[in-house]
Write a protein that binds this ligand. Sequence first.
Ligand code: XMP
Ligand code: MG
Length: 186
Amino acid sequence: MDAKDLGDDLAKVLVTEAELRVRLAEMAREIEADYDSGEPPLLVGVLRGAVMVMADLARELRFHAEMDWMAVSSYGASTKSSGVVRILKDLDTEIAGRDVLIVEDIIDSGLTLAWLKENLESRGARSVRICTMLRKPEAAKVEVDVAYVGFDIPVDFVVGYGLDYAERYRNLRDVAVLATHVYAGE
Ligand code: XMP
Ligand code: MG
């Protein structure tokens, strides 16, 4: 779906589909250069938001991109970070001794990713790096080392390209700021 299909639900489009595509290709070239020796990394996507970035990044990469998925609780239907992380779906892959690249849609407070990185390291992964399409630097509550960042954005709540509000807007092609009237009274 396109921004024009959403009437006044969006305050503004922040990153267009075309801009996402260009940046993703640049990130893929960086990733290929960094993992050019040995076995390619296991890509670990965080459900459900990372589905779009994983699909696009994996196809852009010029190596065999093995994918696995985790689901962790973070926001529910709300727009505020709880800081509580719970595994809802774990990996099916044994990662001891492997290079792991976490693929995320967005880093907000950083709490989810900091926890996840440590969790995967504790399973004996050889390395754990993070790739995120979006990051809100001003919302950071913990320091997380992020190897690949698509775009740094302001702290507004955004939707699209996998990001939802109450499971809606994920299939919007662009990344957009949600109009406050959509979640007013929450
Ligand atoms: P933290 O705060 O732990 O949050 O870095 C990461 C997770 O929170 C969700 N999130 C958002 N989802 N629009 C969304 O649709 C946003 O602006 C937003 N900010 C954070 C997201 O699920 C991410 O994985
Ligand atoms: Mg969400």
